[in-house]
Design a protein. Structure first.
Length: 418
C-alpha cells in the first residue's frame, strides 16, 4: 500500500507562477486522493529521473536495441524515452496512475465452433480513452487546487500520456511506488497484481513523491519464465519483443512459422506470463467495470466469424477496444492462423476460400494455415486461463500453482533468426 511520508517543502515555484509558497506536500496528497475518488485504482508521484538515471535507462534501452529486443511499437531513439523535458520542457514531476482491468472471466463457450482467445486488457472498453479522460480530469483538478491554495492556475502546465511513444509508463509507475517490475516484465502491485494499465501526467509543479519504490517481491518464483511458450522472457524482466506473441499478434507482417504455431488459438495479445503469476491469483478486481469484458464472443471469439469478418462486425465489436487498433485484417489473419493450428476440419473450406482472398496478407496467412492444418499434429494449445485461486496471499509465492503448464507443457519455439 502507498503510504504518505513527510517530505521537505519543494522550492521553487512553477515558471511564471505565483505559487512558490504553496504546500506542495499537501497538494500532492490531495491530488492523489482525488484521483482515487475519481476512479483510478492507484495514484502516486514520481520525481523526474536525474541525469545519471536518464543515462542508465538510455544505455539499458540501447543495449536492448542492439540485441534486437525492442518492440516495433516503440519507435524513435532511446534518448527520446528517458527525459520528461522532451514532453514538457518545464517538467518538474510526474503524477502516475494505474487502473485495473481485472474482473470475472466470461464463461468459455463450448467449442466447436472453434474459439480463439483475446488478451484480457482488450475485453472491455479501450483503456486509452478511459484513462486519458480520467487523467485530463485530474489535471483540471490540479489547476483548481493550485488556485484554491493561492497559486496561479494558469501557470500549471500538464501533459497527459497513456501508452505514448515518448516516456515509458512502467518506468514512471515504478518510480512513484505503484509496484515492481516482475520477471515477466510487467508492473505488479501487491493487491492488484499486474492486470493494470498505466498512464501519467507530466507537470511543471514540483510535487514530492509520497512513497518510495516498492521492493521486488518475485522471490525465487520463475513461473512466467517457464510458461512463456516462445522463450521471449530471455532473463528475469527482460523481454525479447521479437519473440513475443503479443507483439506478433499486433504486427502487420506475417509471423514466422514457429511463432504462428506457438500462437495456438491466440488472436490478440498474450496473457500467459501474467495468468501463471501468483500475484494475479488473488488480485483485487478493478473499480472501472467498463474495462472488464463480460462478452464471451469478445474474450473467446468464434474463429470462423473473425476470419471472415465484415466491416460492420469489426466496427460493432472491435473498433472501440484495444484489440481494434491494428484494424480488421490483422485480427482476421490471426484467426486464420489459429484455425490452422487447431486443425478444425470444418474450417478447411473457409481457409481455402481465404486462400483466394483479394487481400494478399490474408491469402498468405490462409496458405500457411492450410499447410499447418493438413500436415501436422494439432498444436498444443497454450495453458488455459488460470481462475482466481484460493491460495492465501502469505503463501502465494511458496505454493505450487496447479496451472495447465503441468498438464500440457506449451510448445517451445525452435530458435528464431535474431
Ligand atoms: C511496446 C509495448 C509493448 C510491446 C513490447 C513490450 C516490452 N516489454 O518490451 C509488446 C507488444 C510485446 C507489449 C506487450 C504487452 N504489453 Co505493452 N506496451 C508497450 C509500450 C507502448 C512501450 C513499452 C516498451 O517498449 N518499453 C521498453 C522496455 C524495455 O521497457 P519497459 O517494459 O517499459 O520497462 C522497464 C524495464 O525494462 C526497466 N528495466 C529493467 N531492467 C533495467 C535495467 C536498467 C539498468 C534500467 C535503467 C531499467 C531497467 O526499465 C523500463 C522502465 O522502468 C508501453 C506503453 C509505454 N509508453 O510505456 C506498453 C505497456 C508496457 N504494455 C502494457 C501491457 C498491458 C502489455 C501486455 C500485458 C498486453 C498483452 N496482454 O498482450 C503485454 C505484456 C508483455 C510483457 N510480458 O511485457 C502496459 C503495462 C502494464 C503493466 N502492468 O506492466 C503498458 C504500460 C501500456 C499501458 N499504458 O498500460 N507491449
Ligand atoms: S508469455 Fe506471451 S506475453 Fe509473455 S513474454 Fe511470452 S509470448 Fe510474450
Ligand atoms: S510469475 Fe513469479 S517470477 Fe513471474 S512475475 Fe509473477 S511472481 Fe514474478
Amino acid at each position: 500500500m502507498i503510504q504518505a511520508q513527510t517530505s521537505e517543502r519543494m522550492p521553487p515555484a512553477p515558471p511564471g507562477g505565483q505559487g512558490h509558497d504553496l504546500p506542495w506536500d499537501e497538494l500532492a496528497k490531495t491530488i492523489c486522493r482525488q484521483g482515487i475518488e475519481q476512479g483510478l485504482d492507484l495514484v502516486g508521484i514520481a520525481p523526474l529521473r536525474t541525469s545519471s538515471q536518464q543515462e542508465a535507462l538510455r544505455r539499458h534501452l540501447e543495449a536492448l536495441s542492439a540485441r534486437g529486443f525492442l518492440s516495433q511499437f516503440l519507435a524513435g531513439p532511446a534518448s527520446q524515452h528517458v527525459d520528461a523535458a522532451r514532453v514538457l520542457p518545464s517538467a518538474r514531476s510526474l503524477i502516475t496512475a494505474a487502473v485495473s482491468y481485472y474482473g470475472p472471466t466470461p464463461p468459455l463457450p463450448p467449442s466447436p465452433p472453434w474459439r480463439g482467445r483475446v488478451a484480457r486488457y482488450a475485453w472491455g472498453q479501450d483503456y486509452h480513452s478511459l484513462l486519458r479522460q480520467q487523467l485530463r480530469q485530474l489535471a483540471a483538478e490540479l489547476r483548481s487546487l493550485v488556485g484554491a491554495a493561492g497559486g496561479d492556475p494558469q501557470a500549471v502546465q500538464t501533459e497527459v500520456l497513456v501508452d505514448s511513444g515518448m516516456l515509458l509508463d512502467r518506468d514512471a509507475a515504478v518510480a512513484a511506488g505503484l509496484g515492481w517490475i516482475g520477471k515477466n516484465g510487467c508492473l505488479i502491485h501487491p493487491r492488484y497484481g499486474s492486470y493494470l494499465v498505466l498512464g501519467q501526467i507530466v507537470t511543471n509543479l514540483p510535487l514530492p513523491p509520497l512513497t518510495s519504490p516498492l521492493p521486488n517481491r518475485c522471490g525465487s518464483c520463475h513461473r512466467c519464465l517457464d510458461a512463456c511458450p516462445t522463450g521471449a522472457l530471455v532473463e528475469p524482466g527482460i523481454l525479447n519483443a521479437n519473440r513475443c506473441l503479443s507483439e506478433w499478434t499486433q504486427r502487420k507482417s506475417l509471423p514466422p512459422e514457429a511463432i504462428r504455431r506457438a500462437m495456438g488459438n491466440m488472436v490478440f495479445g498474450c496473457d500467459i506470463c501474467q495468468d501463471v503469476c501468483p500475484w494475479n491469483r488473488k488480485a483485487r478486481p478493478g473499480r472501472n467495470t467498463q474495462l472488464q469484458g463480460t462478452d464471451p464472443d469478445v474474450a473467446f471469439p468464434r474463429l470462423d466469424e473473425l476470419a471472415a469478418m465484415t466491416g460492420r462486425l469489426f466496427r460493432q465489436r472491435w473498433a472501440g477496444r484495444a484489440a481494434g487498433w491494428r484494424g480488421k485484417w490483422v485480427l482476421a489473419r490471426n484467426a486464420l492462423i489459429a484455425l490452422g493450428n487447431m486443425h478444425a476440419p470444418d474450417a478447411l473450406g473457409l481457409l481455402q476460400d481465404a486462400h483466394h482472398h483479394p487481400n494478399p496478407a490474408l491469402r498468405e496467412a490462409a496458405g500457411c494455415a492450410l499447410s499447418t492444418a493438413t500436415q501436422d499434429e494439432p498444436a498444443t494449445l497454450p495453458p488455459p486461463l488460470v481462475p482466481a485461486a484460493k491460495t492465501p496471499r502469505s503463501s502465494a509465492l511458496a505454493a505450487e500453482t496447479p496451472d495447465a503448464s503441468k498438464s500440457g507443457e506449451p510448445p517451445r519455439c525452435p530458435p528464431l533468426p535474431g
